[in-house]
Design a binder for this molecule. Structure first.
Ligand SMILES: C[C@](O)(CO)[C@H](O)COP(=O)(O)OP(=O)(O)OC[C@H]1O[C@@H](n2ccc(N)nc2=O)[C@H](O)[C@@H]1O
Ligand SMILES: Nc1ncnc2c1ncn2[C@@H]1O[C@H](COP(=O)(O)OP(=O)(O)OP(=O)(O)O)[C@@H](O)[C@H]1O
Length: 284
């Protein structure tokens, strides 16, 4: 069985406060991208994972492996699976690559092992693996709250071209949240304007409402993020923002063709052209 694991961006992200479990209460609007990893999953006596395209562990440290092991344990399934993962989503980029792989494994094995778990049961398991996994199981556009487990699907946005630019380093999500907590006046933009824009469904309107409370934190550590934002704007993006905890910056364009043209003007090495995606994510 072939399963795609799609990257995400956060069109709006606000941190509402800290929780007793040490995590943060979020309000964020997430969007699936066409950019994806690929997983080939077949039944086998034990769980094995092989990773191509990135230097990642293939044991329990890998979120794809962890998802398979957790599902097998909870479903009390006797067999296993051979998983071959081809990585295309950049690592530690704010694009939820690991969470997308975990979600793809949960969906794939639910079918392959004939477990019959519903979306809510899979999302509850996913939340144990990572905060972005529940959204990755749904895909499309969604309002996400709590630690990341409360997912409300939104109606499809107009299709948009997207340019992703990743500076040549990763960031630790935990460190970014820690530094956010140390801010004296943390930004709290809320997601209401983006929600209203999403309802209206106008591309320029959406691009004008991009907000991310974590952006100033990661940007103060890595000022190059500001330079990348300026470069994407100069290349004609309707709007630009850092995704999640960063460091990837995305630019929104009215079509994939205009995103392709803009990418030709970007001098940064790691630059991808992709688009928003509404089918095939959690929706097959
Ligand atoms: C930045 C986002 O990607 C926005 O979508 C997510 O909030 C992070 O999602 P993720 O990487 O799947 O997060 P996890 O792997 O669950 O957690 C990584 C670390 O981020 C912090 N974390 C994450 C999610 C959350 N709601 N509050 C947090 O404080 C915690 O320190 C945690 O140790
Ligand atoms: N299958 C996987 N793919 C990518 N990273 C993985 C995977 N399994 C474990 N990891 C570990 O998780 C770390 C961060 O992974 P990931 O690429 O998902 O970050 P991210 O895009 O910043 O995620 P998020 O947006 O959810 O915060 C990696 O540096 C890697 O050590």
């Amino acid at each position: 069985m072939l399963v795609k694991a799609h990257a995400k961006i956060n069109l709006a992200l606000d941190v509402l406060g800290t929780r007793p479990d040490g995590y943060h209460e979020l309000e964020t609007i997430m969007q699936t991208l066409e950019l994806h990893d690929e997983l080939e999953i077949t039944t086998a006596p034990d769980i094995t994972l092989a990773v191509q395209g990135a230097d990642l562990p293939a044991g329990p440290e890998n979120l794809a492996y962890r998802a398979a092991a957790l599902l097998r344990e909870r479903a009390e399934y006797a067999g296993g699976a051979e998983i071959r993962l081809v990585k295309r989503i950049p690592l530690a980029a704010g694009l939820a690559g690991g969470s997308a792989d975990a979600a793809a494994v949960l969906r794939g094995l639910n079918k392959l092992w004939h477990l019959g778990l519903g979306p809510a049961e899979l999302a509850a398991l996913g939340a144990e693996i990572g905060s972005d996994v529940p959204f990755c199981l749904y895909g499309g556009t969604a309002l996400v709250r709590g630690r990341g487990e409360a997912v409300t699907p939104l109606r499809d946005l107009p299709p948009l071209g997207v340019v992703l630019v990743k500076p040549p380093f990763g960031v630790s999500t935990a460190e970014v949240y820690r530094r956010y907590d140390a801010l004296v006046n943390p930004p709290q933009p809320g997601c209401r304007r983006m929600l209203a824009a999403a309802k209206r469904g106008d591309a320029a309107d959406l691009a004008a409402c991009l907000v991310n409370s974590l952006e100033p934190v990661t940007m103060s550590l890595h000022p190059v993020i500001g330079a990348i934002k300026r470069e994407l704007s100069a290349a004609g993006a309707l709007g630009v923002l850092m995704s999640g905890s960063g460091p990837t910056v995305f630019g929104l364009f009215k079509s994939r063709a205009s995103a392709e043209r803009a990418a030709g003007m970007i001098r940064q090495e790691d630059c991808w052209v992709t688009a928003t995606c509404f089918h095939g994510a959690g929706r097959e």
